[in-house]
Every structure is written in C-alpha cells, then in structure tokens.
Design a protein around this ligand. Structure first.
Ligand SMILES: NC(=O)c1ccc[n+]([C@@H]2O[C@H](COP(=O)([O-])OP(=O)(O)OC[C@H]3O[C@@H](n4cnc5c(N)ncnc54)[C@H](OP(=O)(O)O)[C@@H]3O)[C@@H](O)[C@H]2O)c1
Length: 305
C-alpha cells in the first residue's frame, strides 16, 4: 500500500511519517502541506517527496494518513475517498456532526477502508485491560460508574502543540475528549444523555447517562497548569474498582498496528471496528456536550446566603 501523509506538523512527522517510513511492507510516497517549506522539511526528515498540490499526491497513493486540524481533515478525507483512497485518520474525525457525516457518506459511497487512530486502542496494555474489564462485567454484572480526567498542558514551555490554532479554538473537549471516550465508550456503552459545565479557560466537566444505566463523569482541558497534565480513569461496579493502567508502547508502534488494520480492512472489504462510523459516534457525544454548554438555562444557580 502506497501512503501519502496530509500534514507536516509535529504529529505528522514524528508519528505518521516515522511509522510509515519504518514499516517494511508499505511505501511512504511523501507529504502534502499548504506550506512548501514545511512539506519539504517533513520529506527530508522522514522520506518521500514534498507535494504542494494535494491532487498530485492523491494521484500517486492508495491511502492517505491525515494529521491536520480536524475539520481540514474532514474536507480532505471526503476528497480522498471520492478518489478511492483508503483513509487513516486521526482523532477527532471532525468537530461538527455535519462534517463527520460527510466523511462517513464518502467512505460508504466509495467503498474505501477507514481507521481513526485512537492512541490508547492500539496499545496492548490498554486493550488487554479492556478485555479484562469486559470479562469481569460478564461475570459480575455491568459497570456502574466511572470518573475520567484527561488534561493537556499546551501552554507549558516546549509543548509541541502550543501554536495549534484548532486546539486553542476547540479546547480540550475536542483534543482530549476523544481519548477519554475511547475508553469510556467500550466500558460503558452508548452515551444517551449529557450535561456539562465550564471551568477555567477551556476546561469542561461533563456528566454522561448511559443506555446501560451507568453514570460517568469527564473532566477535560488542553490548558492545565504546567506540571498538572495527564490522565486517569477509575471505573467501578459489582466487578470491583479498577484504574486504567499506563501503556508502555510507543505511538509509532501503535500507528503501525493501525496501518496493518487498514490494510486488512482494504483487503477484506470488512470495515474495522475503529472506522469512521465509530468515530462519528464520539463526535456525536462531544457535539451534544457542546450543545448543552451553549444553553442559556443549562445550570441551576446555588442560593447562597
Ligand atoms: N492520537 C494522538 O495522541 C494525537 C496526538 C497529537 C495530534 N493528534 C492529531 O493529529 C492531528 C493534527 O494535530 P497537530 O497537533 O499536528 O495539529 P496542528 O499543529 O494544529 O496542525 C497541524 C498542521 O496542519 C497544518 N494546517 C493548519 N491549518 C491548515 C489548513 N487550513 N489547511 C491546511 N493545513 C493546515 C499546519 O501546517 P502549516 O502551517 O505548515 O501549513 C500545521 O502544522 C489532529 O487531529 C490531532 O488531534 C493526535
């Protein structure tokens, strides 16, 4: 499979480009970026050719790996799918349901394979843990609750995402939210109803009611004070109380697994479990949180003395 990378930023070079260049059974054709110098720098660093016209790159590949702001990704994913190119996308699929639905339609109408890369779900430490949690729920009964905290520190000196405009505009809800939901959704199932409140800067707290009857809560931000970033998740139910473990693998190893799963999906014609249809569901949850936050009557004021 011949791959082109759309995007030339830190993640495009250090994860997508590096993993593709190191993979012995795929070819890294090159990088497309709107800035010719940055595309050249990415190609010099990882290999392949620099493209300044996205159609020139699409003409030479079987698949694209996309590391761009989510709604730029959604537009280009539609264009690539319409040309029959398989899609290895990154989280979140988009930041509007309209854009997410457009990608789903383009994938289905053009019969291409798709994966949306979710770091945690390509790490065996995490997928093994999720398997154990599934077994415990089968044995003891469904999980009842969970607390999820996901926080980035993009203002910390040297953070590679400090100049990322989409993170500034859309905040931790859309940057870290997909990571949290990548654990929360497999454990608790569909989210049926949401409510939410705000904290400092982009911080959001959300409460989820699940179809299973479980209730969970989420705290996300991209701008946690320096030294206070990181994630944790704790779940509980008749099967006990459990903390999500840390994973020990690298993002490149995980991305390589995603490449292989995309190749399988393309070969067999069977959609991967982490395709754009699954990713659209996460966008639906995050969009519902945002809709709740926009309601003027969303919160009950406390009657202080
Ligand atoms: N799975 C993970 O753990 C993980 C970690 C990091 C990032 N990601 C994902 O990777 C994707 C990219 O993230 P990022 O941090 O690299 O984003 P970013 O820094 O905000 O943007 C990446 C690149 O997109 C280009 N760009 C921005 N606006 C554009 C536009 N309108 N048209 C064309 N190109 C544009 C910029 O390149 P130029 O300025 O050179 O044109 C920029 O370097 C996101 O979906 C993010 O969620 C995932």
């Amino acid at each position: 499979m011949r791959f082109g990378v759309l995007g030339t930023g830190h993640w495009a070079r250090t994860t997508h480009g590096t993993a593709l260049a190191e993979h012995p059974e795929v070819e890294l054709v090159g990088f497309w970026g709107r800035d010719a110098g940055n595309a050249q720098r990415a190609a010099d660093e990882c290999g392949g050719t620099a493209f300044t016209d996205v159609d020139d790159l699409l003409a030479e590949v079987d698949a694209v790996a996309v590391a761009l702001p989510p709604d730029v990704q959604a537009d280009l994913a539609v264009r690539a799918a319409q040309r029959g190119r398989h899609l290895l996308l990154d989280k979140p699929l988009a930041t509007t349901l309209e854009n997410a639905d457009a990608v789903v339609r383009a994938v289905q109408e053009n019969g291409v394979a798709s994966i949306v890369y979710l770091t945690y779900l390509f790490q065996p430490d995490i997928t093994d843990w999720l398997g154990r949690m599934r077994d415990l729920a089968t044995e003891h009964g469904p999980w009842e609750g969970g607390v999820f905290r996901w926080a980035g520190t993009i203002d910390a000196p040297g953070n590679p995402y400090g100049n990322s405009p989409w993170r500034r505009q859309r905040g931790g809800l859309w940057d870290s939210g997909p990571h949290a939901l990548s654990i929360l959704r497999p454990v608790f199932g569909d989210v049926e109803r949401v409510s939410a409140g705000r904290g400092p800067r982009d911080a959001v707290v959300a409460a989820f009611e699940h179809a299973s009857g479980a209730g969970t809560s989420l705290s996300v931000t991209a701008t946690a004070p320096e030294g206070t970033g990181g994630s944790f998740a704790t779940i509980w139910g008749p099967g006990g109380r459990h903390d999500l473990p840390r994973f020990t693998g690298t993002a490149q190893e995980g991305f390589r697994r995603a490449v292989d799963r995309l190749r399988d999906a393309a070969r067999t014609g069977r959609p991967d479990a982490l395709d754009v249809v699954d990713a659209r569901e996460t966008v639906a949850v995050l969009a519902a949180v945002e809709e709740h936050l926009a309601r003027p009557d969303r919160a009950t004021a406390v009657a202080h003395s």
